[in-house]
Design a protein around this ligand. Structure first.
Ligand SMILES: Cc1cc2nc3c(=O)[nH]c(=O)nc-3n(C[C@H](O)[C@H](O)[C@H](O)COP(=O)(O)OP(=O)(O)OC[C@H]3O[C@@H](n4cnc5c(N)ncnc54)[C@H](O)[C@@H]3O)c2cc1C
Length: 428
């Protein structure tokens, strides 16, 4: 490749300053290579984003270290002196659609019903000749049951919690065979009361990161790589590509020559789901101060059904609600005012008409975010875990790939993205 004279050069270019890109850049810099990180946004961190506009640090992207035992992020948290606090989703209160509280016995019954049905669904993972959606498998099993409307609503609510709110996709969009193929670290779930960005900030120290550089074209060949951005060109021997799957699917970055067929097919097959957060800051706490999670099994599945209280973690009168899958995408089409009204309507059902209006609100719209196009990847029907491997596969010893959607073991997580960045450098 003829290096354009106006281009800035480095040994390796890292495209994207999320956790995967920062992990790759850190590892390369520690090996003594010259590295430039090119980032489209005016901030680092990507889908790890601590916002302080409500007067306290609140995470708009990732919040948790999912399983602290053996998790590389636990080590980084210690290294950077970032405080973590354990969360316990069993410390919860559950409301029926009419605002009445669910008893422990009712919850146990709902859980047992789900587990019984899921056992049969799980056996279909082994027994079916062709993949289908998780929803279709549930529907087949449900034909053997004669459930009341209320039982069905509770079951759907429970299923929504373990699918849409974790995988960012509804059951109809998840592969029966592969949806839960990911691995987990054991141990506690913890959050960062002072924000997850402490991890990305710690990794970024001393790195050459160029913000506001939207990558438009990646030209690569046997003699290196040339990257054209919205503000200048960069050349290097190699590049680590960490664009989110959503960005690759939109083809908003051009690769010349086009990516190999096997990688492109994996990009096309895998899917990007969504999880959106709504934070509400109140003048006072009007809910039980000791409770962490507030669940609502409303008439409309997935609407305002899952809330986290920040009182136990930070003492702040803040509630955060999640919307995942189709409900998460639908939320993005509402105005902030409509979202606030929807939230307050549900809170009034649970806590009465006298509760105060919020003083501040934050809403995420990850599906519309032009540098993410979704929250994280999942495996829809007919895709497979192997597609994550295909995404990771380097091209021509020049392009290396990292990011949550290149991690077959730990997709859609911070630790998966981090480990993929380190692993991409290991391939060089
Ligand atoms: C709402 C939400 C909640 C989550 N909760 C958790 C959680 O609790 N725990 C957990 O482990 N994980 C969670 N995740 C997932 C986790 O945040 C991601 O898996 C991880 O941060 C992805 O890191 P990454 O480096 O692969 O991608 P990103 O962080 O998206 O980094 C990619 C970077 O590339 C940049 N980029 C994109 N296009 C271009 C371009 N054209 N030119 C230049 N730069 C570009 C982006 O701006 C971004 O900075 C959550 C995600 C979301 C959205």
């Amino acid at each position: 490749m003829t290096k354009p004279s106006a281009a800035t050069s480095a040994d390796v270019l890292v495209l994207g300053a999320g956790i995967a890109g920062l992990a790759a850049a850190r590892t390369l810099a520690d090996k003594g290579l010259s590295v430039i990180v090119l980032e489209a946004r005016s901030r680092i961190g990507g889908r790890m984003w601590t916002d302080s506009s409500l007067g306290m640090p609140l995470d708009l992207g990732a919040s948790w270290i999912h399983g602290v035992n053996g998790n590389p992020i636990t080590k980084l948290a210690k290294q950077f002196g970032a405080k973590t606090v354990r969360t316990n989703d069993e410390n919860s209160i559950v409301f029926h659609a009419d605002g009445g509280e669910m008893t422990d016995a009712e919850w146990a019954e709902m859980e047992a019903l789900f587990e019984e049905i899921y056992e049969e669904v799980a056996s279909m993972q082994e027994d079916t000749d062709e993949d289908t959606s998780l929803q279709e498998a549930f529907d087949v099993v449900l034909m053997e049951y004669d459930l009341s409307e209320e039982q069905l609503r509770r079951l759907n609510y429970y299923a929504y919690q373990v699918t849409a709110l974790e995988y960012g996709a509804d059951m109809k969009d998840l592969s029966l065979w592969w949806w839960d193929q990911d691995e987990e670290f054991g141990g506690e779930e913890v959050i960062f009361p002072d924000g997850y960005s402490q991890i990305t900030d710690g990794l970024a120290q001393g790195l050459d990161i160029r913000l506001g550089k939207v990558v438009k074209t990646v030209r690569y060949g046997s003699d290196g790589v040339e990257v054209e951005t919205s503000a200048g060109s960069f050349v290097a021997d190699k590049a680590v590509v960490t664009f989110p799957l959503g960005v690759l699917k939109q083809a908003s970055v051009e690769f010349e020559p086009p990516l190999p067929e096997s990688k492109q097919a994996a990009i096309d097959r895998l899917a990007m789901g969504v999880l959106n957060k709504v934070y509400l800051k109140f003048p006072e706490v009007f809910w039980d101060e000791g409770v962490e999670t507030i669940n609502y099994i409303g008439e409309e599945l997935g609407e305002w059904c899952d809330w986290l209280s920040f009182v136990p973690f930070t003492g702040e009168a803040v509630l955060m609600a999640f919307h995942g899958g189709d409900k998460g995408f639908a939320l993005e089409d509402l105005s902030d005012e409509e979202i606030r009204a929807g939230a307050m309507k549900t809170l009034r059902v649970m806590f009465g008409d006298d509760i105060p209006e919020p003083e501040g609100m934050l809403v995420t719209r990850w599906g519309k975010d032009p540098f993410a196009f979704g929250a994280y990847s999942h495996i829809p029907p007919f895709a497979s875990g192997e597609d994550y491997d295909a995404l990771f596969e380097p091209v021509d010893d020049v392009l290396y790939f990292a990011g949550e959607a290149t991690s077959r073991e730990y997709p859609s997580t911070v630790h998966g993205a981090y480990l993929s960045g380190v692993a991409a450098v290991g391939e060089m």
